[in-house]
Structure formats: C-alpha cells, structure tokens
Design a protein around this ligand. Structure first.
Ligand SMILES: Cc1ncc(COP(=O)(O)O)c(C=O)c1O
Length: 368
C-alpha cells in the first residue's frame, strides 16, 4: 500500500479524445499537455491522446517542449507561451513550432532559425479579446503574417487566437471574438491556403462548431474534466484522475477534543477521527479545512480540522467500522459514491484545472 497515489486512466484519455474528435470531424485535435498534462502526467497522456485521435500536441514552456518534443519527434508540437531568447533555442531545438505576435520576436526567431540552419515553423497569434498573449491590432497581425511568409528562415504554420469566455454559454463576447478572428483569418487563408486556422479550446469545441476551424487545442476535456465546471458525464467525458490514500489511524475523540493546528474543529460529541496521510504538501489545499468530504468504505466522511502539510483528519462519527488501512478517496469513486474534481473546485471557489494541476510531484502518478 502507498501513502497516496493519483491513478490515471489512460483509456479515459483515449475515449475523451475520441469524443472530442467526433465533434470535430475533419478538424484536427491538438492535445494540450502543458503543466504535466494538467497534473495527469504529460508523456503518457500525450501518448493516449494520440491513440484517441489527436494528431498534434501543445505545451506552454520551452522545458515542456524539450520533454515532449524529444519523446514524440514525429508529432507536430506547438509551444504556445512567451519565450525568452534562450528558450527560443530550447523549444526550436526540440522541434517545436513557435507562437509569434511581435515583429522583434519574429526577427529573433528567424535569426535563430538561420543560426540553426533550419526553418522555424511559426503560428501568428491574434489577440481578439483575451487580453493576454497575442497582437491586438489586425493590421499588425496581417503585416506579421506577410513578413513570416516572406522570410525564407520561417514557415507560416498557423493563424490563431484564444477565447476568453468559451466556458460561459451566455457570453456574447465568444461570438465577438470569433467575428474578429474570422475577418483576419479569412484574409490570411486567402493569401496562404496552407496555414492552419485555430481558435477553439475544450469548451468551444463542445459549445459551437463555428469555433472549430481547422484545429482545436483541447486540454481540460481530454482529462475528463468538465470545461463548464459541472458534471463531465453531461458531455460524455470520463474523469481520468483519482486521488487515493488510506486511513493511517483511527482515534477516539471525547466531546470537545480538537483536531489539527489552531483547533479549528472540536468534536461536538464523542466520536472517532481518522487520520489520512495527505496534506497541502501533496496539493490538497489548506482551504479545504472543515470544507470537504473523503470517501471511506463507500461513504462520505467530512474532513474536519486544519489540513496540514502531510495529514488531514476526518470525522468517522460515534460508531464506526473504519479501520487503519482502509482506502480513503479524495477524488474519485468508491462503491456508489463519487467526488469529482469539480466538487473540490466548487468548495475552493476555483476551477477543476487548478485542483488537478495542484497535486504535487510527491504524489506518484500510476496507471489506473
Ligand atoms: C492558448 C491555449 N490554448 C488552448 C488551451 C486549452 O484550453 P482547455 O484546457 O480549456 O481546453 C489553453 C489552456 O489554458 C491555452 O492556454
């Protein structure tokens, strides 16, 4: 038995990709495996995603490009994030395609490509409203596209944008961004029919075919997390991660006895308390103090007392059959009960992405 383990269901990743691909039809699926595959393990998830129908991969950083590029040499890889001068070399040497949205950076990439004696494939990013990376000016975007196409050191791979409110079904901003994008992308496509036009993330793929274009960059849904923060089953997605530990000790607590730092919980009556060796050092957030359930023997047991770095405590009630060694599930199912990452996220007033990304490297990832 292990102290704690995140079990990853690669069949679920494969099935989720096939599900997205069924929406996308001819459009390509690019599996986003940044942040160690949203905490699920980038290498193995990338492999499963490719088996499930993804034909490209994307990461955010040069370090991630190095890891994924080395392993999947024949799969087109896009590094989506901002890169320093040194990082351009790292990502480019790993075989990655690069995001470009400034003329000075375009020139830098071209210089580095010439130095390496090989063309760099670039995707020009139009900021249609995310207000983050990308160029906000459509005229500058078109100028950049033309400069990339004219530079023999570069190969124009794509024109792209990122959507700010795809996961908010009532937001008209989604359509405003797509309107803006389509105008520029239409001109680019007319001049350079070979480029890949891409805008959609997971939520957009499930929300509106209009966003699909020639490729979608999907992260959260391939891991079976719901982009709309509800139940992934509503969209035919299967959660890939479970987080399991065990009950390390069971102790009698007289009424009034407290659990954990700061005595944030006191037993209201005589009760039994279970100690689970998982804490914020494992990515189980301290804000779950008195604010979560843990499954043991198929039942929800309330997490009580302060979550510490290595341990948390659960109230097993005045009568219990729970024994040291029993499995404790923080995310996942036991018998008929299930705790989704979405539930944990709601408790924390955050999103499922942050819950799985937060599971720290101290927790081994193993196949389910
Ligand atoms: C630029 C970009 N594209 C695509 C994605 C994938 O989004 P999602 O995980 O919502 O599918 C992300 C993730 O944050 C991103 O930053």
């Amino acid at each position: 038995m292990e102290r704690a383990v995140a079990r990853i269901d690669y069949d679920a990743v494969r099935a989720n990709c096939a599900r997205l691909k069924s929406e996308l039809g001819e459009a390509e699926l690019c599996a986003v495996v940044k942040a160690d595959g949203y905490g699920h393990g980038a290498d193995r998830c990338a492999n499963a995603a490719l088996e499930g129908g993804a034909t490209r991969l994307a990461v955010a950083t040069a370090g991630e490009a190095e890891q994924i590029g080395r392993r999947f040499q024949h799969v087109p890889l896009l590094t989506m994030g901002a890169l320093t001068v040194e990082e351009v070399d790292v990502a480019f040497s790993a075989g990655s395609e690069l995001a470009v949205w400034r003329e000075d950076f375009r020139r830098l990439v071209a210089d580095r490509a010439r130095a390496h004696g090989r063309r760099a494939r670039v995707h020009v990013k139009y900021d249609t409203g995310m207000g983050r990376l990308g160029n906000r000016d459509p005229a500058e975007v078109l100028a950049l596209v033309r400069a990339c196409a004219a530079d023999p050191a570069l190969e124009l791979g794509g024109i792209w944008t990122h959507l700010a409110t795809a996961d908010e079904p009532d937001s008209p901003f989604f359509d405003e961004q797509l309107d803006r994008f389509e105008e520029v992308a239409g001109t680019v496509k007319a001049e350079h029919p070979e480029v890949t036009v891409h805008a959609a993330n997971s939520a957009a793929v499930l929300r509106d075919r209009r966003s699909h274009h020639e490729m979608a960059r999907c992260g959260v849904a391939i891991y079976g997390l719901d982009p709309f923060q509800r139940d992934p089953a509503e969209h035919g997605l299967r959660p890939a991660m479970t987080l399991r530990s065990h009950v390390a000790d069971v102790k009698r607590f007289p009424a009034g006895a407290s659990a954990g730092y700061g005595r944030k919980w006191r037993a209201p009556t005589d009760t039994w308390v279970g100690v689970v060796p998982l804490g914020y050092g494992d990515g189980v957030r301290r804000a779950l103090t008195n604010n979560a359930d843990v499954l043991v023997r198929g039942r929800r047991q309330p997490l009580v007392g302060t979550v510490s770095m290595d341990n948390l405590t659960i109230d097993l009630g005045p009568e219990t059959e729970v024994e040291p060694g029993d499995e404790a599930v923080l995310i996942g199912s036991q018998d008929t009960e299930t705790i989704l990452a979405e539930e944990v996220a709601h408790r924390l007033d955050t999103i499922n992405y942050e819950v799985t990304c937060a599971i720290s490297p101290r927790v081994p990832r193993r196949p389910a």
